[in-house]
Design a protein. Structure first.
Length: 169
């Protein structure tokens, strides 16, 4: 595993761009230098979605999740951000149950990632789905901010190993 970073995380990160019908998934290399689109998960039920995300987490040997937070254009949080935080808490509990250990979930601003993904898809030969590219754009933004020492705290979830729950706002 690589060295710890200034956010306390090391290794590969799985990024999620959660939508009503699909979840875009991206991953970075173990050194946290470059993000790439991974797949798009068609949403079915929380149980199926969480099982598929746990499977991807295992396959990619990820250590943490970066969850896109849909902020308003002025940076404030609205109903969508609240729904995402609630969903992410359920995901944290689901992953802990499915993987047998807690998985840190970090929130990161996802404003305009869909527009950037559309632009990137228009200008490249990428064959990934727009949602996965949006997740990669968001993850690359996070990785760049971490590397440049300009991380913002949008909150994170870190459950304890057994039963007790703990979240940092």
């Amino acid at each position: 595993m690589s060295e710890r970073t200034n956010d306390g995380l090391a290794g590969k990160l799985l990024a999620l761009d959660m939508g009503a019908a699909r979840i875009g998934v991206a991953v970075c290399d173990p050194l946290g230098l470059a993000a790439r689109p991974l797949t798009v998960v068609q949403r079915r039920s929380k149980r199926d979605d969480f099982a598929r995300l746990a499977e991807l987490f295992r396959e990619e040997e990820a250590t943490s999740v970066v969850c896109g937070l849909p902020l308003n254009m002025d940076g404030s949080e609205g109903g969508q951000a609240a729904a995402t935080r609630k969903w992410a808490m359920r995901l944290a509990h689901g992953l802990r149950a499915l993987l047998g250990r807690p998985v840190p979930i970090i929130f990161w601003d996802e404003r305009l990632t869909s527009f950037a993904a559309d632009d990137l898809l228009d200008r490249s030969a990428l064959k990934a789905g727009q949602d996965a590219v949006a997740a990669a754009v968001m993850l690359q933004s996070y990785l760049d901010a971490r590397r440049e020492g300009r991380l913002r705290n949008y909150g994170r979830i870190e459950l304890e190993r057994r039963g007790a729950q703990g979240a940092t706002p």
